[in-house]
Design a protein around this ligand. Structure first.
Ligand code: AMP
Length: 581
């Protein structure tokens, strides 16, 4: 009997699994599928991405759906658009032989009208990001009454992103839910609270150790003076010629800056951050996924939900502030049985964090030195020579030229040919690293930085070195909408971002009160947000948005009350009344 059949999956699913080439169930699939197929057991799966968890809940869901009933029976909530699309795509392949099951992905940043139209046609499984889901509920465009199964995927990420209220709301309003399945890489207290409040005696399964990093990942760190961060990054990239990696920075500005410097220096790198349009983002991701781009540099927010196979290195250009984030970053490598390296570039003041990380992920970190210039050259040299040896000469009519070539080289030895090839390929490299500093030493101030790798040999000295600078250019905006308008923080965020077509990264703190809210925003984007939102109609009244005077003065805004009372009765009003199950 096929191993998947033995778990209780039906013929159509087993056929799809065979088509996909999956031979044996992964650990999470083995443990989850038989339990989830019952349809009535609550379930917690502590599993990272890359463990096969999508299939672990996807197969049972597809089997439990009654295709004859065309209304949402299952709801999968996940943190990002990328993940939402990925889950939907995976379900499409899994249901290849299961006839007439319809799925729909609903997420922000795409036409809501189109999603509403598709939902109206009658779908069985909805895969949603929280903000858009709440919006659809508000518009009464989605009916949760008959939803039997709710899956919360990457629950810890959703809570990190501030979707706590939205998750509460969804769970409170799926009153006919028969089971809730929660998947999370980590189990912080907020996730535990969800299980306590909304789940009934859940079966808990952990793949690997709790809060542990993947065993296939080699966690490395290097300690360098702050002024050598960038140069060290470059050394590590040069030292690993076959690197296919993601570099994480804490801020968008750092991602942008490092990416610009590296690509100017000839590296194959692109930044992924909130300033990109969805189209640009998809293009970058497409290139990276198809391995036409070697390096991606991203902030944590922008990289959420990225799932690419074969990543050899994750590099923390800076350690994350939140240690839990480390697990998410490192989990991008060492997937599907492959090994990977997660390298953190630390400042000496940060090295104490390594100890806490070791405790948290229950794995040992290895300290590595920044390679010397000589080591980099040697590595590059032999990498090139290996490539030379492996060059495919089986195609192409080289024979025709051989007699002439032999004649040309008749007085030159093999050693000399090799030297010349090396000189041709490596002169710029050797020159660049000829006087390279030892970056592990704090007494080298980094002023005498070698020129960049490309033809542009003078640009580097002028460039900034302060990569620890945080975004600080915020201003505060006032808006006459608040929680009385039925907003939770996450839905409010979604609203202002959708309206203004801006990205979350431009925002700072959001302070919501009953009637008003204050939004911290990158100064450069404030005007765009004001002109998109100020004067708009919402709940039959005019929305006012302006720069908050001095940041803390609360404008007197009691005028909208009567409008509010008459305003559209929103589904949020039910949130206190309707209790769970
Ligand atoms: P996930 O953890 O859901 O992101 O899955 C990670 C990768 O593993 C995906 O590319 C899946 O297609 C693949 N995968 C899932 N289940 C199996 C399996 N049983 N055997 C081999 N590959 C699998």
């Amino acid at each position: 009997m096929n191993a998947f059949e033995a778990l209780g999956l039906n013929e159509q699913l087993v056929q799809a699994i065979t088509d996909l080439g999956f031979e044996t169930p992964t650990a999470i699939q083995e443990k989850a599928i038989p339990v989830l197929l019952s349809g009535t057991t609550d379930f917690i799966g502590l599993a990272q991405t890359g463990t096969g968890k999508t299939a672990a809940f996807g197969f049972p869901l597809l089997q439990l759906i009654d295709a004859t009933q065309r209304h949402p029976q299952a709801l999968i909530v996940c943190p990002t658009r990328e993940l939402c699309l990925q889950i939907t795509n995976d379900l499409e392949t899994y249901k290849k032989h299961s006839k007439n099951i319809h799925t729909e992905a609903v997420y922000g940043g795409a036409s809501i009208m189109m999603q509403i139209r598709n939902l109206k046609k009658g779908v069985h499984i909805v895969v949603a990001t929280p903000g858009r889901l709440i919006d659809l509920i508000e518009r009464k465009a989605i009916d949760l009454q008959k939803v039997k199964y709710v899956v919360l995927d990457e629950a810890d990420e959703m809570l990190n992103m501030g979707f706590r209220d939205d998750i509460d709301f969804v769970l409170k309003n799926t009153i006919n839910r028969e089971s809730t399945w929660l998947f999370s890489a980590t189990m912080p207290p907020e996730v535990r609270a969800i299980s306590r409040n909304y789940m009934d005696n859940p079966k808990e399964v952990t793949v690997g150790k709790k809060n542990s990093g993947n065993v296939n990942i080699d966690h490395q760190f290097t300690v360098v003076p702050a002024q050598h961060r960038y140069e060290s990054l470059k050394r590590f990239i040069d030292f690993n010629p076959g690197m296919y990696g993601i570099i994480f920075t804490r801020t968008k500005a750092d991602a942008q800056e490092v990416s610009e410097r590296l690509s100017k220096a000839g590296y194959d790198i692109e930044a992924l951050h909130g300033d990109l349009t969805q189209q640009q983002r998809d293009k970058v991701m497409g290139r990276f996924r198809s391995k036409n781009l070697q390096l991606l540099i991203a902030t944590d927010v922008a990289a959420r939900g990225i799932d690419v196979d074969g990543i050899t290195h994750v590099i923390n250009f800076e350690l994350p502030d939140d240690m839990e984030v480390y697990t998410h970053r490192s989990g991008r490598t060492g997937r599907a049985g492959k090994t990977g390296i997660c390298l953190s570039i630390c400042h000496s003041r940060e090295s104490y964090k390594i100890k806490s990380l070791e405790r948290m992920i229950n794995a040992q970190f290895h300290k590595v030195d920044v390679p010397s210039g000589k080591e980099v050259c040697r590595k590059q040299f032999f990498h090139f020579m290996d490539k030379l040896m492996q060059a495919d000469v089986s195609h192409g009519d080289y024979e025709t030229y051989m007699p002439d070539l032999m004649e040309k080289f008749k007085d030159i030895s093999k050693e000399e040919v090799l030297q010349r090839v090396a000189a041709l390929e490596f002169s710029h490299f050797l020159k660049y690293y000829e006087h390279a500093d030892d970056l592990n030493r704090a007494d080298i101030r980094g002023e005498r930085r070698p020129a960049e790798r490309s033809g542009d040999m003078n640009g580097s000295r002028k460039e900034r070195t302060d990569y620890n600078r945080r975004d600080s250019g915020y201003t505060r905006l006032f808006i006459n909408l608040g929680t009385k308008d039925g907003f939770y923080k996450a839905s409010f965020l979604q609203f202002i971002l959708d309206e203004s077509d801006l990205k979350k990264e431009v925002l700072g703190k959001i302070d919501m009160r009953d009637m008003n809210s204050w939004i911290e925003i990158d100064k450069a984007e404030a005007g765009k947000m004001i002109s998109a939102i100020d004067g708009k109609r919402y709940n039959n009244r005019t929305v006012r948005m302006n720069e908050a005077d001095g940041g803390f003065k609360r404008p007197n805004d009691e005028g909208g009350r009567s409008d509010r009372a008459e305003g559209r009765k929103r589904i949020y009003a039910t949130k206190e009344k309707r209790s769970f199950r």
